[in-house]
Structure formats: structure tokens, C-alpha cells
Design a protein around this ligand. Structure first.
Ligand code: BJW
Length: 231
């Protein structure tokens, strides 16, 4: 009955039709990251940023969870030990695939955040610049997304779970963004078995004990089967 922490990235949602960031034709090839994913970019041109996330919210709503999301939900339901899914993704495909214990360390498209009082509420499909906060009425709504230079959410809970993990798996993430890219080192330090599941080795691939290469919709269900059979 292993305790398992799973870190997921954009690659797990790629086969659901959601673009990754760093692929040749990915989101960062189409948009300047400084403009759309930093607090400074939001101050400079809030309309550009709100439009960027409105488009991704609409696209995400029409995507469906795939076999990899569903396999992780099955692992969560059937494993005797704890399973925590830490996702860097801002879509809700883990939840719609049936998972319940999901932590969105980089925020969620489905949530709005008040930049004045930090109140959160469900984001409308189309946010507008200057939307009023329902708690304090300030015209300070922003997408509830962790941009570069901001502190990822629930780090204490993540570090605590890593400290109890017997297995750490990173699925579909390029290992370019910290602190998530540092989780493998932290898990290895406390003696967890580590596995990378990806199309190709990530930037931190050499730090994992094992690697499973291939599309997530094939590799993740097979890996979950092996874990549940105790292999
Ligand atoms: C498939 C597949 C298939 C494809 N099957 N696989 C240490 C050193 C240097 C810099 C830093 C450092 N620590 C912090 C920093 C600064 C910075 C950082 O990391 N910069 C780097 C660029 C160097 N980090 C931050 O600013 C973070 N904050 C921070 O560190 O605060 C300080 C602090 C931390 C902790 C405690 C106290 C203080 C915040 C980072 C915020 C990241 N935000 C973004 C955008 C917002 C979300 C959004 O708009 O969606 O988050 S950036 C973007 O990258 C997004 C992603 O979540 C994130 C990771 O990308 P991901 O998921 O890995 O996607 P890709 O595209 O890179 O990779 C896809 C992978 O899938 C590839 O490997 C493919 O092979 C694979 N794949 N198809 C399987 N079918």
C-alpha cells in the first residue's frame, strides 16, 4: 500500500487536444510569456492577459479527459495508501476524469482571484478587465493563475506529502519550471522510488530511478495497472 505523489504537466492533457507550452508550436511559440504569464504583463496590458485566459477557458471546457486522467482516478480509488495528484495544469480534466484529491499548484482557469483582498470565486466563462470582487467590490478581478515570480499554491501540503511518499511519478512535464522541477530531488532525498512518464526525457530526467517513454494515454494506464498489481 504505497503512498504516491503524482506531479502532472501539460503533456497529460495533450491527447485531449490541449496545447502544451514548450512544444515547437506550443503556447509559448504563439505568445510572449512575459506578456501573458507575469504580473508585470498583467499590469501593462490586462486586456491581452484576460483574453488569453478566456480563450484557454473556452477551449478547456470543450476538451474531454483522456485515458491517462481516468487511470489516475482509478489509482486514487483503488490504491490502499494515499494518492495525491499535484497538477501544474490549470484545466479541470483530472477532476472531470474522476479524481478527487487534486491540488492545482499553478491555479485554475475555473477560478477568479481578487488582486485587492485575495477572495476567490468561480470564474465566469468570459472574465472582463475590472470585474468587481463579490467580497470587497474592488474592480480587481484577475485570473486565479500562478504567474512567473508568484508563489505556487499549497507548497506546505506538497512538501508534507512528498515527505511521506513511497513513490513519486512525474507525468508529461518538461522539468523546466521550478519549484515543480525540484520535486524529484526532494522525493529521492527521502528515499521514494521515482519514475518519469513522458514522450522524451525531461530537463531533470537523469534524476529519476525509472523512465517510461510513450504517449500518456498508453503509458499511464499500464503503469497504474502495474502499481495496483503490486509490481
Ligand atoms: C507528453 C505528451 C504525451 C507532450 N504524453 N507526455 C530555480 C532556478 C531557476 C529559476 C527559478 C528557480 N525557482 C524558481 C524560479 C523562477 C521560475 C522558473 O522556474 N523559471 C524557469 C523558467 C527557470 N518559477 C517561478 O517563478 C514559480 N514561482 C516561484 O518559484 O516562486 C518562488 C517560491 C517557490 C516556492 C516557495 C516559495 C517561493 C512560478 C511558476 C509559475 C509557472 N506558470 C506557468 C504559466 C501559468 C499557468 C498557465 O497559464 O497555464 O505554468 S509557466 C507554464 O510552465 C505553466 C506550466 O504549468 C509550467 C510547466 O510546463 P509543463 O507542464 O512542464 O509543460 P511543457 O510544455 O513545458 O512540457 C510538456 C511536456 O509534456 C513535455 O516534456 C513533453 O515531452 C510532454 N508531452 N505530449 C506524455 N502525449
Amino acid at each position: 500500500m504505497p503512498n504516491i505523489v503524482i506531479l502532472t504537466g501539460a503533456g497529460i492533457s495533450a491527447e485531449s487536444g490541449i496545447e502544451t507550452f514548450r512544444a515547437e508550436t506550443g503556447l509559448w511559440a504563439q505568445h510572449n510569456v512575459e506578456d501573458v504569464a507575469t504580473p508585470e504583463g498583467f499590469v501593462r496590458d490586462p486586456q491581452l492577459v484576460v483574453n488569453f485566459y478566456n480563450a484557454r477557458r473556452a477551449h478547456g471546457a470543450s476538451a474531454l479527459p483522456n485515458a491517462a486522467h481516468e487511470a489516475l482516478a482509478r489509482l486514487e480509488a483503488e490504491n490502499d495508501g494515499e494518492v495525491l495528484i499535484v497538477t501544474q495544469n490549470v484545466d479541470d480534466l483530472h477532476e472531470r476524469g474522476g479524481a478527487q484529491n487534486v491540488l492545482h499548484m499553478h491555479g485554475s482557469l475555473g477560478s477568479a482571484l481578487c488582486a485587492s483582498c485575495e477572495h476567490r470565486w468561480p470564474a465566469p466563462m468570459e472574465m472582463n478587465v475590472g470585474d468587481a470582487c463579490p467580497a470587497c467590490s474592488a474592480p480587481s478581478a484577475r485570473p486565479d493563475i500562478v504567474w512567473f515570480g508568484e508563489i505556487p499554491y499549497q507548497m506546505d501540503r506538497i512538501i508534507d506529502a512528498l515527505g511521506r511518499a513511497d513513490i513519486f511519478a512525474a507525468i508529461g512535464t518538461s522539468g523546466n519550471v521550478y519549484p515543480a522541477a525540484g520535486f524529484v530531488a526532494e522525493a529521492a532525498r527521502i528515499g521514494a522510488q521515482t519514475v518519469e512518464i513522458n514522450l522524451e526525457p525531461s530537463a531533470v530526467g537523469s534524476q529519476f530511478d525509472n523512465a517510461i517513454m510513450g504517449p500518456a494515454t498508453q503509458t499511464v494506464p499500464a503503469w497504474v495497472d502495474d502499481i495496483l498489481k503490486g509490481r
